[in-house]
Structures are given as C-alpha cells and as structure tokens.
Design a protein around this ligand. Structure first.
Ligand SMILES: [Zn+2]
Ligand SMILES: [Zn+2]
Length: 158
C-alpha cells in the first residue's frame, strides 16, 4: 500500500481504490480513468471506485480492525468482479447457473463480511443483490437449490 498518491505524488485527498491495492486521490484517478481503464501502477483492470477511509492509510499500526477492513475489501472487490462477469456472460443457462452457484459458494465461505457492516461503505447493497440473485436462480434455474441457498443465507438476508 502506497503512502502518497502515485499520480500527483502528494498526500491523499479523498483516497480511492479502483480494485487493486493502489490508492489515489479521487480527482487524480478520475482524470486518469477518462483515458484508460486500468490502474496506472499495476495495470489491473478497473473494477469500481471504492472510497478508502483515511485512517487506514495514516495509521502506523496494523490493528485487527484495519486488517479486517482490508480483508473484507478484497473479498468485496472479488465479488463485484464475479457479479460483473456473471451479468455480462452470454452462455447457456446451465453454464450461467454453474457460475451463480460458484458465486453463492464464494459468498457463503466469506459470510462474515456481512457482519462487519463494511459492505455499506462501498455503496453497494449486497443483501438486496443476493436476495435478487437467489430469487432469479430459483425461478430460472433450480427451484430446489434456490431454496437451499435461501436457507443457508437466512441469517444475513433477514
Ligand atoms: Zn493525487
Ligand atoms: Zn494497481
């Protein structure tokens, strides 16, 4: 993690991440994104714009809270990417179904991030999306499995 913005080389103003581990000022990265759609440092593709709390950058110590924040952030980014791929996928229904199943498994394995309430910070209502996806899954693909997923996620969907 960088301690100053790689574009203006100054301290961060309104720190943002675009999905990799690099951080930029909001203004700097927005300007860059008008020309290219990847990170100027590592070239990783743009996934979304995520505000990063300044305490995470300025804190000298890696507290449990900070470690947890980064872990949930990485999971969130991965999830966002999987969801985008799913939405843009034009294959057969059964392959789409397999992909959704993979996503649901991934969410289930990382269920703890819903409990930390960090999700809201990135402006994405995952509970709503999850509920919607499971409903879609039950209607279009597999009713029985949809019901099982609903049961598995009952504690976070309520
Ligand atoms: Zn900057
Ligand atoms: Zn990067």
């Amino acid at each position: 993690m960088n301690s100053s913005c790689p574009i203006c080389l100054d301290t961060f103003k309104n720190p943002y991440s675009i999905g990799c581990s690099h951080i930029f000022c909001k203004k700097c990265i927005n300007k860059w994104l008008k020309e290219k759609d990847s990170c100027p440092v590592c070239r990783k593709e743009y996934i979304g714009s995520f505000p990063i709390p300044i305490e995470l950058i300025t804190s000298k110590y890696k507290t449990r809270k900070i470690t947890e924040y980064w872990r949930s952030f990485k999971i969130f980014v991965e999830l966002q990417k999987m969801m985008d791929d799913y939405t843009n996928y034009n294959g057969t229904i059964s392959n789409k179904c397999k992909r959704m199943d993979k996503i649901l498994k991934f969410i289930y394995e990382n269920k703890w991030i819903f409990k930390t309430n960090k999700i809201k910070l990135w402006g994405y209502d995952f509970r709503k999306v999850l509920r919607q996806k499971i409903d879609e899954f039950s209607i279009n693909e597999n009713y029985k499995e949809g019901k099982i997923w609903k049961y598995k996620f009952r504690d976070i969907l309520e």
